[in-house]
Write a protein that binds this ligand. Sequence first.
Ligand code: FAS
Ligand code: PHB
Length: 388
Amino acid sequence: MRHQVCIIGGGPSGLLLALLLHRAGVDAVVLERRSRDYVLSRIRAGVLEQGLCDILRKAGVGARLDAEGFVHDGTLLVAHGRRLRVDFQETTGKTVTIYGQTEVTRDLYAELDRIGAKVIHEAEEVAIQDADTEAPYVLFTLNGEEKRVDCDYVAGCDGFHGVSRRTIPERLRQQFEHVYPFGWLGILSRTRPLQDELVYAGHERGFALCSMRNARLSRHYLQVPLTDTVEEWTDEAFWAELRRRLPPDLAEVLEIGPSIEKSIAPLRSFISEPMSWGRLFLAGDASHIVPPTGAKGLNLAASDVWYLSQALIARYAGEESLLRDYSAKALARVWKASRFSWAMTRLLHSFPAEGPFLARMQAAELEHLADSHAAQTSLAENYVGLPY
Ligand code: FAS
Ligand code: PHB
């Protein structure tokens, strides 16, 4: 089979890219390793920047987002005896929207189906060939049968564990990584969210985050040692620990209930440069990972996909410079969001191995945040999303 663009990966990056390209008349196929049910069973991000919301509306999949998403004007930080609400609207004039990544993915799949776009599930053994030539192609197997896609360009949207990044020769890749000495234990429960907005809590016992998906679906997280396993954490243990890490007035109004999903995710900062090689272009987690403290992972995938979609559309209209500049342009925003995610993680998590000095630095930074409108504006600008 032949398509103008072959997209590896049917997560938010690959699906959004496919839709934006189809909308512009560029023919793309998506090769996804897993079943659709499996992809839709993953519980991931929850906070959408305004930029991502705008792209989803442009792509014609913003209706449910606008009907069901929760628009948030700010967020609450509680740590080191301080309680500070950062007002996004007042400082930046922007907001964020709470709408689960699972729902974004569901909306994208539904629209791609509606327009008859080709999404191939359970595509195994994907191998990208001749990416550094003018005639790349992709091999894969489907139900045990070998298949081949001839294309003009390959988009690697297959996440951190995918094949695309590794297709770029190691000698040409520079990788930057910082692994955090803890993970996030996440729980999904049919309980009322703690507050109308998200609560980021720093505590000497560890970080906690109280988020949500809707008025009767909460998403909470606890910082846990990397040695912990989900099996060790009963629901009762989770709720008791979350209560310990919240201020008493919030702990007493926390509604608890049975978990419907529970998982532990390790935290890392990771960036692989460059994001392109020949006719292969990486987008999203295939090229970079951020700790979720800044709610940037999905939102960075969105800006990559926007830049790449516009570059490919321009290319088919005869303008090649955007494709040439893609990697540098995407990385510029990736590094700034990675810095913010790292800084938020350093500010709010406990690092016992680093002794009391860091804890004092964290307390001093929160004091400065509380005292400085400029500091709050800077945090808000990063949280709502830096300009594309
Ligand atoms: P994805 O990993 O979502 O999608 C890649 C797709 O490629 C997958 O469907 C995979 O099956 C497929 N694939 C992989 N290898 C393949 C191959 N060889 N061939 C074909 N297909 C292949 N971000 C936030 O902002 N907030 C959060 O709270 C948050 N929580 C997270 C929790 C976890 C456990 C994880 C892993 C990530 C979390 N993230 C969070 C980040 C997450 O939302 C990502 O940024 C987002 O999924 C990026 O989307 P994609 O780039 O499409 O990558
Ligand atoms: C979530 O709701 O899953 C969420 C929200 C904010 C974050 C991370 C995760 O920073």
